[in-house]
Design a protein around this ligand. Sequence first.
Ligand SMILES: [Mn+2]
Length: 354
Amino acid sequence: MARPSAESQRPGRPTTPTHTRRSDALLSAVRSAGRVVFVSHVNPDPDSLGSMAGLAHMTRTALGTPAILTQDGVIGRAENRSMIETLGLDLVPTSQVQCRPDDAVVMVDSQPGTGRHTCAFAARPTVVVDHHITPGKLDGVAVTDIRPELGACCTMVTQYLSEQRMIPPKALATALFYGIETEVSGYPREATPADDDALSHLYPLADHDALARIRNAPLPARHLEALSLALTTAVTCDKLLFAWVNPLRQPDQAAEVVDFLIRTEGIEWAICGGVCGDKVILSARAAMANANAGELLRQVVGNLGTAGGHHRRAGGAVAIPPGTDSHLLRDELYARVRREFHLSGPTVPFLSGL
Ligand SMILES: [Mn+2]
């Protein structure tokens, strides 16, 4: 790649698009659009939110094109709601988005055809920027940037902004920082030097009081209720813990449950299934590197629904057929977990000794 001239390296000075840079390829693909519609996976997390906000800033600043950030599903997690409120993120529910012929759809932190979208316009985006190992249907997508080796999609977006010599404003830097931080949390870290470079770049730009407020958002009683249900229903087999929460008040609570349970001594896998309306929401965490959690959960779910994710973290959903007793579905899913994880030991209640 040609070295950029000193002129083009000046902050704020647009560089000549060569399309050899990923950010230029994205800008080129949406240049003629009347509006850029950003979309992410259902029940978006901080990495999705930060990525949409970062790329919207880039396209607005570079092209002057209006952009909207969409919200598919619900955002229930207290920290994520605090992130939206504290940083003033403006989200439009996907159900309220009327797509126009001159819209360009940019998908972040997900891929089309993975069962993680409820809106029609997510089926055929113009651009896909993602870091999941779960393969999507990318035929006809003009620009794709899929880097599963990276810990966070916000890392990719931070690189895009740096390529364009754009310094993110404080709220955006905070959103990107929190997006990366939440994705690479836990041990072992699913992070590369590129993720740490992005965190270092963003650290002096971020609002650390806002970050503290987000990280310590007050937890509603329903959070503790879900943990309580998970603890009382949990069973263990070998080094796997399986919890069932019925009802699950909000879909992203399944992730909150496993984020807590994976810290259990002696446990290498935590899986939670939660009955949320007419679906079972699944979330899985592994305590070891290269665990291939996304693929394993996909094998468990099979033809019952959809699943995918990363090495240490995965999620999925299974529709509950009308008239089906959710307990039967729980038993079926647990039987599949035993099979796919090659569990051979007895199933025992987690809290039996207390
Ligand atoms: Mn992500």
